[in-house]
Structures are given as structure tokens and as C-alpha cells.
Design a protein around this ligand. Sequence first.
Ligand code: TXA
Ligand code: MG
Length: 341
Amino acid sequence: MKTENIKLDPHTFSSSELEAAARIIRDGGLVAFPTETVYGLGADATNECAAEKIYKAKGRPSNNPLIVHIAKAEDAEKYVFTDARYYKIAKAFMPGPITVIMPSKHTVAGSVCAGLDTLAVRCPVHPIARELIEVSGKPIAAPSANTSGRPSPTSAAHVIHDLDGKVDMIIDGGECEVGLESTIIKLTDDAVILLRPGGVTYEMLCELLGEVVIAEGVLDIPDPEVVVESPGMLISHYAPKAPLYLVRGERSATESFMRGKLAEKDVFVLAEDGSFDEDRVISLGSECDKAEAAKRLFAALREADERGAREIYAKYPDKSGIGLALLNRMLRASAFKIIEI
Ligand code: TXA
Ligand code: MG
């Protein structure tokens, strides 16, 4: 298949420039598009055949459900049974980087919810994502636009690398602002469960909703005996080709360990600016700016691979605020390989 690439400025594009992409969605094709979190691989969520194409293009296991993207928070009514908690969340954080799982009304294609009785909905804030949903007039099922298991794409170049020739169109809208996938919460009868931390932080959710339960598997290795809440929580996920090690300990000892590693051939380090000066250090931004580190993480993992890294080392991050999401992705990318100093 020939993939068409178009480039749009998120601040100045006009909706007519999305007409061709919207037509592809309406005709059951695949369009990769930017969101504020990561790039998504979109298809009409009500078209069974289109949704199935997503799994094929990504090489994604068919038991891993998709998020349905909607233009307005109220549109969730068509697909799920909402409650007062949903509207409280919507008022505070939508449109934005949060996904809410609720009981499904089974009004989208069966393969979107992969046989579950619940469905994930998300209302993105990125203008291109919003306009694509509006102009196509369809709810858009979209996982991250990467090959299954690889780091999520935060630029169109990452999407082209993974999916060129496998999708109808890729819309380049620049770099993603948040850089990590949306926060996912599940509303059950008696609890609010955080399944995947993201740009809307655990602290923000607790302040709004009171108690929020952090699901098993967010920060620990999922127990094979326990059924994980989210099939996407496999241990090795977001993985670079080279093994990633997280180094935990007192700062100067950690840095001197990593400096020692950098002396070895083809070893790369992901770190904030200023700690190391070797060429094989990939920047996660300035120190103390965790949002910047979150934004850069996936691109840094991909860069390490592209530059032929044999091993990658990074500091174990602090878990407050967006740090929890950063830690969650780093633990998965490293398949929980932690070096205690
Ligand atoms: O930021 C995002 O959420 C991006 C952009 C494109 O919107 N999308 C994204 O989708 O990250 P994906 O498919 O890569 O990750 C969605 C995760 C998967 O781990 C999936 O297992 C989980 O959400 N999920 C979806 N529906 C679910 C459900 N009904 N119950 C439990 N987990 C669900
Ligand atoms: Mg994904």
C-alpha cells in the first residue's frame, strides 16, 4: 500500500485540509494523526473491518482493546454508560490527556473492545485530532501509532518508521506535547482505578475524586496468576531493541556508575543536561523538568536504537506528579531491570 503523507500546522490548518483524511476514515481506511499525548492510528470505530485493519498494521494481539476518540465529552453517551463521576472528570480534564473506561453499550465494532464489557473513551485536546473526528463524523478508534511493543511515536518520523506502507495516510502535525500516552482510569461500581498514569496525574485525580486505587502492575511486575485489568500492561512494552537498565541510588554514586558504563563501547545513557558530557548521552531535558523528560523519553529510546546502542542506562525517576507516568513507562521499557547502587 502507498502511504500518503501530509503536513499540517496545528495552529493554522483549515478543516478543508483534513477532508481527504476524513474521507479515508469514512471509507474504512487507516489514518495516523497527532494527539497531545502520542500519535494515534485511527479508524472508524463503528466499522468492524476498519478496526481489524488497525490490529494488522500494528501487529497487535487481538485481545488488546482500543480507545475510542470522541470530539465532545457528552458523545461518550453513545458508547458507554456514564455516571456523575465521568462528568466530574470531564469538566476538570477534558478535552485532554485522559481516558475513562466504563461499561460498554456495545455500539462500536466488536473488535474495538476485544470481547470486553467495558470500553475506553478519550476526548483529545489536539486541534488536528479533534477536527479529524469532527470532519469525519465518526468516533475514531486509535491505539498509539507504533508497531506493537515498540516505544510510542511522538513525531511523524517515528510513525513513518513503523507504519509506512501499512496505512493510508500519515498526518504530520509536529511533536506531541505530553509525549506519554493518556492517563487511563476505570470507573467501577465502588472504585476509581488508575490503570495507566499519564499527563493527568494521580495527585490531580485524588484531589478531584478522593480515593483513587493504583492498579496492580502500574509499578510492579504483573503477577501471572492475576488477571491484569488492562491487557496492554504486559511487562515488556515500549521496549527499545537494546536492553535498558534503571539505576537507583544516591546521586553521585549513580552518576559515577553510569560514567563507568559510558566508558564501554556502544553504551548509551539517557540523562538530564549537564550530568555527563559524552556524545553517547541522550538528553531528557533540563534537570527538575519532569514534563520535559516525559516528552522526550520515547524519542530518546528510539534514538538510542538508531545509533546502535548495545546497552542503555537511565536514572530511576522520582514518582511524584508526571514522574509516576515516566517511571511506569521506564519500568516497562526496561522489563523491570533495576540496578541498585
Ligand atoms: O494517549 C493515548 O491514549 C493514545 C492516543 C493515540 O490517544 N492511545 C493509546 O492507545 O495509548 P493504546 O492502544 O496504545 O493504549 C491503550 C491501552 C491499552 O493498554 C489497552 O489494553 C487499554 O488501554 N484498554 C483499552 N480499552 C480497555 C478496556 N476496556 N479495559 C482495560 N484496558 C483497556
Ligand atoms: Mg500503545
